[in-house]
Write a protein that binds this ligand. Structure first.
Ligand SMILES: Cc1cc2nc3c(=O)[nH]c(=O)nc-3n(C[C@H](O)[C@H](O)[C@H](O)COP(=O)(O)O)c2cc1C
Length: 191
């Protein structure tokens, strides 16, 4: 099973980086698999630490993908790093081992500290739709436009029926990114 989370990491100067990552649990360890190049990969290799943030604020996913300002972070408690200031829970991780790969190495990390900040609020279809659109928006270069537009249209149903303000804002940022990408592409075609 893959869980969609926000990984926060810092570089050696303490500069925070906030990025969505799908994680797996394998034999009690957290597995993060970043495609190269990745700031998150560089940061984890440099500091040996990372934080998993479990958040239902899907704006953080959309903001990271649309290069909006980094979300508010606060220092981690037991490791070098930061966590989202507002998150349902966070887990502080130390790097245990790395499976090297030229394209997509695997990082195996141990949870050394975890805190529940707020309870789980229940499933929301619009949040799932935003995550799906975020995944599409992170792959515009490799996916056919027809697939992206068809799936976006289907996901829009859950947005229309179940979104709150946070989901609508996140959805809007992603739609803008997708529209701009295809507008630029068609502009290039006519040039
Ligand atoms: C829900 C979601 C899950 C993602 N999971 C991964 C992942 O497992 N590996 C990866 O390389 N990128 C993943 N991405 C894309 C990264 O967030 C994005 O490409 C990012 O730029 C990674 O590079 P960075 O570490 O330099 O920020 C995911 C994106 C989304 C929206």
């Amino acid at each position: 099973m893959i869980l969609e989370t926000i990984i926060t990491s810092v570089d050696t100067d303490g500069k925070a980086h906030v990025t969505p990552f799908g994680i797996r649990i394998q034999e009690g360890l957290v597995v993060i698999s970043p495609y190269r190049p990745s700031v998150t990969l560089d940061n984890i290799l440099a500091t040996q630490c990372a934080v998993i943030n479990l958040t239902d604020d899907v704006r953080v996913f959309a903001a990271a993908l649309t290069k909006r300002q980094a979300w508010e972070v606060v220092p981690a408690e037991k490791i070098i790093g930061v966590r989202l200031a507002n998150t349902l829970a966070h887990k502080e991780l130390k790097l245990v081992s790395v499976k090297q790969d030229d394209t997509r190495p695997q990082l195996f990390l141990e949870v050394i500290h975890e805190v529940q900040h707020q309870p789980f609020q229940g499933f929301n279809r619009a949040q799932a739709a935003v995550i799906e659109l975020a995944v599409l928006a992170s792959r515009l270069n490799i996916l056919p436009k027809e697939k992206v537009m068809m799936e976006k249209q289907y996901l829009q149903i859950a947005i229309n029926k179940t979104a709150g303000e946070r989901e609508l804002e996140a959805w809007g940022w992603l739609v803008e990114k997708i529209d701009n990408f295809y507008a630029e592409q068609s502009g290039e075609n006519f040039a």
